[in-house]
Design a protein. Structure first.
Length: 275
């Protein structure tokens, strides 16, 4: 006869305790990163905002004032600059620190010793990079208003604006983490230098995607850049009178890219952490 043994109360609550411990550790690590980000926010914003701000000043103020570009170009560019800030800030602020943590400082070992699965450590990195990207994008709005003298505003477009900004920053963080954990440490600087410029100039920051139909091959190239869908989604939210990609396409593509890069970055992070 088979004897059945009932689980004791301690055994029954063990998984719940492990879950609670992991959640507590996750919140503690996330809060620490948020605190550090708050202390070094101005440094991070200077590093990631110089290019967008100068681009907005030259194209949106100088060239517009000289009559070389139309008056509404500043609004078109401003949303592209916000997209650039969200995406690139998330990418850069996770890629370079992660290379150092896996390389010289070995700081990542402290996080891996926490009562937390390796996959959740990677997710925490994506969350904090997304928050940094959003912080940079939010700051771009008033700074853009100060530089250009106006800022596009449409309250009914705010849900789409936030959805696209969050997805765009998350995808940027996923790209940065994937590169930082997939490439050798001594290659990451060269790789980022090579890919950042093409990302900036093929991401529809300075022009709307539908207007590229007179250069079909370049329109196809820009469709492979995740930042294109961030720029187009933000324009659809705030300046719908400007030609733009259908909002549902931007959201759907960004959502699929977020899933893909989350999976890729977690897998690469776990492999790097266990080697």
């Amino acid at each position: 006869m088979t004897t059945l043994h009932e689980a004791t109360p301690a055994q029954a609550t063990a998984p719940a305790r492990r879950t609670g411990s992991a959640w507590t550790a996750f919140r503690a690590i996330l809060w620490r990163d948020i605190f550090v980000t708050g202390r070094e926010l101005w440094v991070m914003l200077i590093q990631t905002s110089i290019t967008p701000l100068f681009m907005l000043f030259i194209f949106g103020r100088v060239l517009s004032g000289q009559g070389y570009v139309r008056g509404n170009f500043a609004e078109l560019l401003q949303l592209g600059v916000i997209a650039l800030a969200a995406f690139m800030t998330a990418l850069q602020t996770v890629a370079m620190p992660l290379v150092l943590e896996f390389g010289f400082t070995k700081e990542i070992e402290d996080r891996l010793l926490a009562p937390l699965r390796t996959e959740l450590v990677a997710i925490e990195k994506l969350v904090i990079s997304t928050l940094r990207g959003l912080a940079s994008a939010v700051l771009m709005y008033p700074l853009g208003w100060l530089i250009v003298g106006s800022a596009p505003w449409r309250p009914e477009g705010l849900p789409l604006l936030f959805a696209v900004a969050i997805l765009g920053a998350w995808v940027g963080g996923g790209v940065g983490m994937t590169l930082a954990t997939l490439l050798p440490t001594n290659r990451i600087n060269v790789t980022l230098s090579v890919i950042i410029t093409p990302l900036v100039f093929t991401g529809c920051v300075q022009y709307p995607w539908p207007k590229l139909k007179f250069i079909p091959w370049f329109q196809v190239v820009t469709a492979f850049n995740p930042m294109t869908y961030v720029s187009e989604g933000l324009r659809a939210a705030m300046v719908p009178n400007v030609p733009h990609m259908a909002p549902w396409i931007s959201v759907l593509v960004l959502f699929c890219l977020a899933l893909a890069f989350t999976y890729a970055s977690v897998i690469c992070f776990r492999r790097r952490a266990t080697t």
